[in-house]
Design a protein around this ligand. Structure first.
Ligand code: C2O
Ligand code: CU
Length: 543
């Protein structure tokens, strides 16, 4: 096993991802950030040097479970103190399982500022499918409004919403119609907004790795004239599913196989569209470039459309098609030891709009949970755990909340080490009539089995009987559909403190998440640099 050492300088850069110049957060002057490549069993070491003069930083390694290294999870206020300007922090963790992963900032809205990149772990064994070459892309939605202005809007009363994205990016590249505005900072000739190129040789099969770090949008990806066979999802093999287009929710990753078997004198569009919100954002485009055609030969026909944005039935059917590949994945335990029912609501706190889970909007405390729990620091967070289910049980999910008020909280769901936890995410109407949104939920530190999706209110007596306990897929991210529920199961077998949250950047920022913890007594000694803030400082001085 090898050690992959990276040294990253984090700094502001002016960049034109869709031809409009904005300020982004870059790594070593690059956007998207450098790709981390490792082989199963290797160790990854990344030394972060925060060269942004005005803000802290952390990096989360999305999909990596951080077994025995919970302090490397990269969540500000949770696993560590954020890395201050002009200081460094070293992340060290095992690339313990092959798969398609990525990393991104996990402080404020930094992910939305372009702070992300790919993390790919190759298998040490023969894989259950073959291919001649591999390509990888990250999908994203993009705004011209700075993330600082967006954050200020989210925290204002009256609430200021940034609106739909200006562009959709494939591997950090899109195209904004500059003539629409009169801005001098829009430059159609910038190399930075040339479409991303996916080079293929005629007749060959490629593994295309696709992930989404979108801030808001659920996305649909397709390639003109080519079907895709989905073979991996979030680092786990799935029974092959052939699709013409693929929904990718923020926080998800997939591997699809594509065969370059079309007319090789042409190039083809790879395209991405918005789902689940009325799209006003144009299609994002990349080029599937059949070699040796020049990559500048753009396809003459427009790309085929994605399914209609509000065809939720299509998305649900597709989501249910992904199943664990027989003989490759562990089946779930038959019974849970504990069940949580988490109601997802949009609420108000002192007139400010928030998101809440079982009526509590998460406000992470200044002292990181991991240090606070391990060193039993008094007063660092709410020691009263949040409720396991919502009350009253006759809550009407089909209308805006009758009492819109929620409360702030920082409590933790603490699980017995190695217990089996079921979580039922229950969706509801937002503060607006006839509105319920898609929420892609992501769990840190674990994978979970998706046991089922359902419509309306979850019935704790009847619905568990319909769970898939035979071949449910193992994932780290799952969509919760409007007015429905999603059930998942995981083993609380990874000592540490872990966030479980909606992966939409604004939703998490507005409190849409919960904290899980287990086996804190088994957590090893935290690096000093993970503790230099909040109440931990005191504690350290008295040691
Ligand atoms: Cu990719 Cu906590 O997120
Ligand atoms: Cu959400």
């Amino acid at each position: 096993a090898r050690v992959h050492y990276h040294k990253w300088k984090i700094s502001y850069q002016n960049w034109s991802p869709d031809c409009m110049q904005v300020t982004i957060i870059s790594i070593n002057g690059q956007y998207p950030g450098p790709t981390i490549k490792a082989r199963e069993g290797d160790t990854v070491v990344v030394e972060i040097d925060n060269q942004m003069p005005t803000e802290n930083v952390v990096i989360h390694w999305h999909g990596i479970r951080q077994i025995e290294t919970p302090w490397s999870d990269g969540t500000a206020s949770m696993s560590q103190c954020a890395i201050q300007p002009s200081t460094t922090y070293i992340y060290r963790y095992a690339a313990d399982r092959p798969g398609t992963y990525f990393y991104h900032g996990h402080y404020g809205l930094q992910r939305s500022a372009g702070f992300y990149g790919s993390l790919i772990v190759d298998s040490a064994e023969t894989e259950p499918f073959v291919y001649d070459g591999e390509l990888s892309i990250i999908l994203n939605d993009w705004w011209h409004t700075s993330t600082y202005q967006q954050a200020a809007g989210l925290l204002s009363n009256p609430f200021v919403w940034v609106g739909e994205p200006q562009s959709l990016l494939i591997e950090g590249r899109g195209k904004y119609n500059c003539s629409a505005g009169s801005s001098t900072t829009c430059n159609v000739t910038s190399n930075q907004c040339l479409p991303h190129i996916l080079p293929v040789k005629p007749g060959k099969t490629y593994r295309l790795r696709i992930a989404s770090v979108a801030s808001l949008s659920s996305l649909n990806f397709l390639i003109q004239g080519h079907k895709m066979t989905v073979v991996e999802a979030d680092g786990h093999y799935v029974e092959p599913v052939e699709v013409e287009n693929l929904d990718v929710y923020s926080g998800e990753s997939y591997s699809v196989l594509i065969r370059a078997d079309q007319d090789s004198s042409k190039n083809y569009w790879a395209a991405v569209n918005v789902r689940g919100r009325k799209p006003i954002t144009p299609t994002g485009l990349a080029v599937l470039n059949y070699l040796p055609n020049p990559s500048t030969n753009l396809p003459t026909k427009p790309p085929p459309p994605s399914p209609v944005w509000n065809d939720y039935a299509y998305s649900k059917t597709l989501a249910k098609k992904f199943l664990a590949l027989a003989g490759h994945e562990e089946p779930p335990p038959m019974k849970p030891t504990r069940q949580l029912i988490l109601l997802n609501t949009q609420n108000k706190i002192n007139g400010f709009i928030k998101w809440a889970i079982n009526n509590i909007s998460l406000v992470p405390p200044p002292t990181p949970y991991l240090a606070a729990m391990k060193y039993k620091i008094h007063g660092a967070y709410d020691t009263t755990p949040p409720p396991d289910a919502y009350h009253p049980r006759d809550y009407n999910i089909t209308i805006p909340p009758i009492n819109p008020n929620a409360v702030e909280g920082s409590g933790v769901y603490v699980f017995e080490l190695n217990s089996v936890v079921d979580v039922i995410l229950q969706n509801a109407n937002t503060l607006t009539k006839n509105s319920s949104e898609i929420h892609p939920w992501h769990l840190h530190g674990h994978d979970f089995w998706i046991l089922g999706f359902g419509e309306g209110v979850f019935d704790p007596l009847k619905d568990p009987k319909k769970y898939n306990l035979v071949n449910p897929p193992l994932r780290n991210t799952v969509p919760l559909f409007p007015y429905g529920w999603t059930a998942l199961r995981f083993k609380a077998d990874n000592p540490g403190v872990w966030a479980f949250h909606c992966h939409l950047e604004a939703h998490f920022f507005m409190g849409m998440g919960v904290m899980f913890a287990e086996g804190i007594h088994k957590v090893g000694r935290l690096p000093r640099s993970a503790m230099g803030c909040g109440l931990v400082l005191n504690k350290m001085m008295h040691h």
